[in-house]
Write a protein that binds this ligand. Structure first.
Ligand SMILES: Cc1ncc(COP(=O)(O)O)c(C=O)c1O
Length: 426
């Protein structure tokens, strides 16, 4: 279920450090990440990818600076989706030549920042955005590297197995019918360097066949356009979307099969003169960071209600929303009592006065006691940053990281901002 399974005196070990000690030092609730698991996820994917592929870590999955630095050190570039993510990736030392900026609704200020930073690619999502990039490039007298994010329909024969985010009508990317015209515009524009294409198939995809369908569609489109427009493709970004299993019985994604699918997809490109200098990119987030994290909260109350046992912790979906968004029971354990028989069916929730504040519908745990530590595994991606941290004005969770047997605090718990009234100059 997770790489985090070793224990000592009943306590889960994260990177060799007992979890209860980390909680005592960092406070509860806390996200704890094991760097060794990030490294092994990265290595597994890097081994599976065909020659010439780069990995850009998708910062949105876990934007903590210390986490970005881990992937940068392993050789990853970065995919960023906001001005602040861009700044964080720069601060982490990621080179501009290994960075792409994606996402709809980039503001003028963000486009200006991206253009001035000279990134490997700004993945343009619409005709308006292309014009904004052109204006910024002229204004700063700096050529901008432009790729188009495509909204391609792609076929797959083994079910979705995740959230598909391309094809049909979408707010994401440029429809292929329009992309050719925009590519011509980009090629003709002096202040733009057209570099290639990008496709983000979706997220949490566990079936290699789904990803292979998307990868093939992108490669075929890029080949067709490169040949018809007689233009070299310097950058081809196959997106991320690689899933990790969350609920029991879900299979691991076979990354070797993903690699084989990519190899097949780019085979034809390698014979084309337009793809001699292409940087092929994958930009996963969840797959790299997800398995490394456990979100730990403390049991505040155990109560029975009409035949059901409820366990209420000091953490909730305001800190860890993803189990609800994914609508899955994430792997859950009492991490101070690992190895004890899980013979009690409980419903686990937090302190929010909102019905969805339940990490799980029902899970089996050892009979819970007040003060136990509840761990939600596979919480390294879309945890802290993808939650509703301000809801009900609780203190935010801490973030800690274990590297080479040492534990570090990488974000302190903090009190909520309750708002300040100031006179507006209107
Ligand atoms: C453009 C883009 N790239 C990469 C990612 C990372 O996706 P994942 O974490 O599923 O790999 C996302 C996630 O939404 C995205 O929108």
């Amino acid at each position: 279920m997770t790489g985090l399974l070793k224990k000592q005196n009943g306590a889960l070990l994260v990177g060799g450090v007992p979890v209860d000690r980390i909680v005592r030092a960092a406070g509860s609730p806390v996200y704890i990440y094991d760097v060794q698991i990030m490294r092994s996820q990265y290595a597994r994917l890097a081994r599976a990818l065909p020659r010439g592929f780069r990995i850009f870590y998708s910062v949105k999955a876990n934007p903590n600076l210390s986490v970005i630095k881990v992937f940068k050190k392993l050789g990853a570039g970065a995919e960023v989706a906001s001005g602040h993510e861009l700044s964080a990736a720069m601060t982490a030392g990621v080179s501009r030549a290994s960075m792409a900026y994606a996402g709809p609704g980039k503001t003028e200020a963000e486009i200006a920042q991206a253009v001035q930073s000279g990134l490997a690619a700004i993945n343009v999502e619409s005709a308006t955005e292309l014009e904004r990039v052109i204006l910024a490039a002229r204004r700063f007298r700096k050529k901008a590297n432009v790729a188009f994010r495509l909204n391609l329909d792609y076929t797959h024969d083994d079910g979705e197995g995740g959230h598909v985010m391309a094809g049909g009508p979408r707010k994401f990317g440029v429809d292929p019918e329009l992309a050719e015209e925009l590519t011509k515009r980009a090629i003709e524009e002096k202040m733009i360097r057209f570099v290639g294409y990008h496709l983000f198939p979706g997220t949490g995809i566990l079936k290699p066949g789904v990803l292979a369908g998307a990868h093939k569609a992108l490669a075929e489109y890029a080949l067709r356009l490169a040949e018809s427009l007689q233009t070299p493709i310097g950058y081809l970004n196959f997106g991320g979307g690689l899933g990790i299993p969350y609920k029991d019985g879900e299979p691991e994604l076979d990354v070797k099969a993903v690699g084989a699918g990519l190899k097949g997809a780019v085979k034809g490109l390698r014979r084309s003169r337009w793809f001699r200098q292409t940087m092929f990119v994958m930009e996963p987030g969840r797959y790299l960071a997800g398995p490394s994290g456990v979100y730990v909260s403390t049991v505040i109350d155990v109560k029975a209600s009409r035949g059901k046992t409820y366990l209420v912790t000091d953490g909730g979906i305001h800190h860890a929303l993803t189990p609800i968004v994914m609508n899955k029971n994430f792997p859950t354990a009492l991490v101070n009592r690992m190895g004890e028989k899980a013979d009690t069916i409980v419903r686990v929730g937090g302190p929010l006065c909102a019905t969805p504040d339940q990490f799980s519908r029902e899970v089996a745990l050892p009979a819970p006691r007040i003060g136990d530590l509840l761990g939600i595994f596979n919480s390294g991606a879309y945890g802290y940053s993808a939650s509703m941290l301000a809801f009900l004005s609780h203190t935010t969770p801490a973030e800690a990281l274990v590297d080479n047997g040492r534990a570090y605090i990488i974000r302190e718990r903090r009190a909520p901002e309750m708002g300040v009234r100031k006179k507006l100059k209107v």
